[in-house]
Design a protein around this ligand. Structure first.
Ligand code: 13P
Length: 242
């Protein structure tokens, strides 16, 4: 398994349901990062799974946007962690809020996905986050605690997972929590829930070239999970200057 503790910051591009083979080729050609030259920081690109076998470059690490909660068998349409590893993935996004809300994913399948990822030496990027109503009602810490305690397998090497704090109300809306709010939540996750300074906690939700620096500067933010802005290479190339 790739050791992520050596990286200062980790930036992850989540393409969601976007992209094509020509777009991928252009992206690879024009992305201004090369992990053989900058090995202090980590860049992971997560395109739709069908594109992954077309990635011949070693400029960045590859992640999948999801994986099956099953290992193998009669599960039509699923892609297992073993299969993702075989095509070059080192990371997998698990429990993204779109999967939780649109595809009705629950803790048990998220827990199984994390277990399968770890067993196949894929680094899980476990997404958690409260919605707007929960934040308004000041329930956000309870929600995050619940998501973490029910989705994370016990006895795992906490240094080799990534938690992505993505407040649902911030995804695709242009609304971003202020620096104190982000710092408070990252502190809460590290100190109070997981009781580890080593665990990597990254932030996601409306990260843009205009705001990434201020977020990345926050001392307990270990990186960023970028959606829309990762598809605009002019903008993303600014963000991956780290
Ligand atoms: P946006 O950056 O488009 O808000 O999306 C965030 C996200 O969902 C990344 O996983």
């Amino acid at each position: 398994m790739l050791e992520i503790d050596k990286f200062k910051k980790i930036i992850i591009a989540n393409w969601k349901l976007n992209g094509s083979i020509p777009y991928l080729n252009e992206y690879i050609e024009n992305i201004q990062f090369d992990k053989s030259k900058d090995n202090n920081n980590c860049l992971v690109v997560c395109p739709p799974s069908t594109l992954i076998p077309y990635i011949k470059t070693k400029k960045f690490f590859i992640g999948s946007q999801d994986c099956s909660s099953f290992k193998e068998g009669a599960y039509t349409g699923e892609i297992s962690c073993k299969m993702l590893k075989e095509i070059g993935c080192d990371f997998v996004i698990i429990g993204h809020s779109e999967r939780r809300s649109i595809f009705k994913e629950h803790h048990k399948s998220i827990f199984d996905k994390c277990t399968n990822a770890i067993n196949n030496k894929l680094i899980p990027i476990l997404c958690i986050g409260e919605n707007g109503q929960q934040r308004k009602e000041n329930l956000h810490k309870e929600v995050l605690m619940d998501q973490l305690s029910k989705s994370l397998p016990k006895n795992i090497d906490i240094e080799n997972i990534i938690i992505a704090y993505e407040p649902v109300w911030s995804i695709g809306t242009g609304l971003v929590p202020d620096q104190n709010q982000i710092s408070e939540i990252h502190d809460f996750i590290k100190q109070e829930v997981l009781r580890s300074n080593q665990v990597r906690v990254i932030y996601g939700g409306s990260v843009k070239a205009a705001n990434y620096k201020k977020i990345l500067e926050i001392q307990n933010v270990d990186g960023l999970l970028v959606g829309g802005a990762s598809l605009n290479l002019d903008e993303f190339n600014q963000i991956i200057k780290f």
